[in-house]
Ligand binder design. Structure first.
Ligand code: COA
Length: 173
């Protein structure tokens, strides 16, 4: 089973490529997205160079693993850009984790896309026999907590992540 692509009822995700740089710039340079991912004093919207560094991290992740974050489009005609998300390895308080993550472009908010993507990521983790997934959201980001809950994660504790208090949830698969 390869995690390189994903299709859901309305979305199609693919392994990021260098050519996706402008989409990373658009998404992670957005004030609205940055407000939930990196609020002051954590840098705010990413510069184009920083967005390309995020892409480089994803490219490296995909070289090392059989899964990673996808770049996501509507599967309908037009294939409008939706955002970024999937599965990513990380460390939290010295524990090796597989994180469910997502960032949806503000033009596509409110349609259930984050939930659809998070559920697809959990399903892919099951197929890859990952034994558990975790998720983070700022304690103030109720919408994102809701997305994680709807994907099956349950609140475990509040953690300091990137120097901010985060809701931390887990799902054993
Ligand atoms: C948070 C985010 C992922 C939501 O994306 P989305 O596609 O609009 O989300 P969905 O439509 O799938 O679902 C959002 C859920 O949160 C709820 N919600 C939305 N805004 C809310 C708010 N201000 N307070 C409480 N719940 C809210 C929705 O009602 C929905 O739940 P419901 O189906 O039970 O009604 C999107 O705003 C985003 O990408 N933000 C920037 C990046 C980010 O926050 N990433 C997550 C960091 S871990």
């Amino acid at each position: 089973m390869t995690g390189a692509e994903i299709t859901t009822a309305r979305l199609r995700g693919e392994r990021p490529r260098v050519e996706h740089g402008p989409l990373y710039e658009d998404l992670f340079g957005s004030d609205a997205v940055a407000a939930t991912l990196w609020p002051a004093p954590h840098g705010g919207p990413r510069t184009p160079a920083e967005a390309h560094e995020l892409l480089a991290q994803d490219l490296a992740h995909w070289q090392d693993e059989e899964f990673g974050p996808w770049i996501v489009f509507e599967s309908a005609a037009g294939a409008r850009f939706v955002g970024h998300g999937g599965l990513r390895r990380g460390l939290i308080e010295d524990e090796a984790i597989v994180e469910v993550l997502y960032a949806v472009h503000p033009d596509a908010w409110g349609r259930g896309y984050a939930t659809e993507l998070a559920r697809a990521a959990v399903q892919r983790a099951r197929e890859l026999t990952v034994t558990e997934v975790v998720g983070f959201a700022l304690t103030t980001n109720r919408a994102s907590q809701r997305v994680l809950e709807k994907a099956g994660l349950r609140f475990e504790r509040t953690v300091e992540h990137a120097r901010l208090a985060h809701w931390f949830g887990r799902l054993t698969l």
